[in-house]
Design a protein around this ligand. Structure first.
Ligand code: NAD
Length: 330
């Protein structure tokens, strides 16, 4: 199988190069993102392999189909960046449903601890021999209430971590899981009672902007909010307005609704024209990271392995257990 591998970063090659050789695949690593301008590069390939900020719309699906590209191999669990409905009967979409939920959950807790205890500021201060503690006071998490929105694989891993901190854990999910050390409540109740809220549900038409001015109004004053899921869950305008009114103790954002084209790139020498992003950077209790919750050795290896297993299954007519079907479309 010949695979056009878009949005290649040096760290992608660590596992994809040797594993690709093991499978006998011909992988062509392309640095460019996959978009309307670069999709032509897929000509002559059997599959394209893409990441979360490579958007494939219906027009691009048509183009890929015309080029006889048979599959879109997603190096992610989420598939909101591909027009799944348009791909029906044309191109097979295969994803990596789970690689390391613990990686993302551990990162969500890292963000929470950072925005609460301000270790990022302490690090900078002590490097300059500023040993003052002014402005660095946090709060205990012990016996506080945490709200977990979405109790799938990552949400459940997060609940276990929160249990370890001896927090009371509330959760919300339209499809509750059994056996969790957490209490299911309505979303409103969760927002009202939680000192800390962590988002772990997918981005769908239903969850888009679930954090908006109304839901923020329901939250406690001084609440900590962490989003490692998808940027579109939060209405950024409403978030910024509320932050200006000092609603939040802290906000950790690993994802941002306009991250495409910005995240995963070094833009330090450029002028950022995204006003909301620029504004977020000026708010002291915001921690913004570049969609890196997944980024551990274990997760990267698992992503490479499953992506190539998916390709192998397709090539050899084996059952496609990780296929994204139209019934899953948003
Ligand atoms: P999952 O499919 O195992 O779990 C998602 C859960 O959300 C399910 O239990 C589902 O019932 C629930 N859900 C659906 N609609 C909901 C709603 N309206 N309100 C509350 N819950 C709802 O997925 P997962 O592996 O736990 O991943 C969760 C999300 O994390 C993914 O959709 C993805 O967006 C994000 N993610 C981020 C990173 C990162 O690097 N930051 C990495 C992987 C995944």
């Amino acid at each position: 199988m010949k695979i056009a591998f878009y949005s290649t970063k040096p760290y992608d090659r660590i596992w994809f190069e040797p594993l690709g050789k093991e499978y006998g695949f011909d992988i062509h690593f392309i640095e460019a993102a996959c978009n309307q301008e670069t999709v032509f590069m897929a000509r002559g390939y059997d599959a394209i392999c893409i990441f979360v900020n490579d958007h494939v719309n219906a027009d691009m699906i048509e183009e890929l189909y015309e080029m006889k590209v048979k599959a879109i191999l997603l190096r992610s669990a989420g598939f909101n960046h591909v027009d799944v409905k348009a791909s029906e009967n044309k191109i097979t979409i295969l994803r990596v449903p789970s690689y390391s939920p613990e990686a993302v959950a551990e990162f969500a807790m890292t963000m929470l601890l950072t925005i609460n205890r301000m270790t990022h500021k302490a690090y900078n201060r002590t490097r300059e021999f500023n040993m003052s503690l002014n402005g660095l006071m946090g709060t205990n998490l012990y016996e506080k209430t945490a709200g977990v929105v979405g109790t799938g694989k990552i949400g459940q891993a997060m609940i276990k971590i929160l249990n370890g901190f001896q927090m009371r854990v509330l959760c919300y999910d339209p499809y509750p899981a059994k056996g969790l050390e957490a209490e299911y409540v309505s979303l409103n109740e969760l927002l009202k009672q939680s000192d800390v809220i962590s988002l772990h549900c997918p981005l769908t038409s239903e969850t888009k902007y679930m954090i908006n001015k109304d839901s923020i109004r329901n939250m406690k004053e001084g609440v900590y909010l962490v989003n490692t899921s998808r940027g579109g869950l939060i209405n950024t305008d409403d978030l910024i307005d509320a932050m200006m009114l000092k609603k939040f103790g802290g906000v950790g954002l690993d994802v941002y609704e306009e991250e495409e084209g910005l995240f995963y790139e070094d833009r330090s020498g450029e002028i950022i024209t995204d006003d909301n992003l620029a504004r977020l950077m000026t708010i002291p209790n915001v921690l913004l990271t570049s969609h890196m919750g997944f980024f551990t050795e274990e997760a990267m290896e698992a992503i490479a392995r499953t992506t190539l297993e998916n390709a192998y299954a397709l090539e050899n007519g084996l059952p496609l257990k990780n296929q994204v079907g139209k019934e899953m479309a948003l």
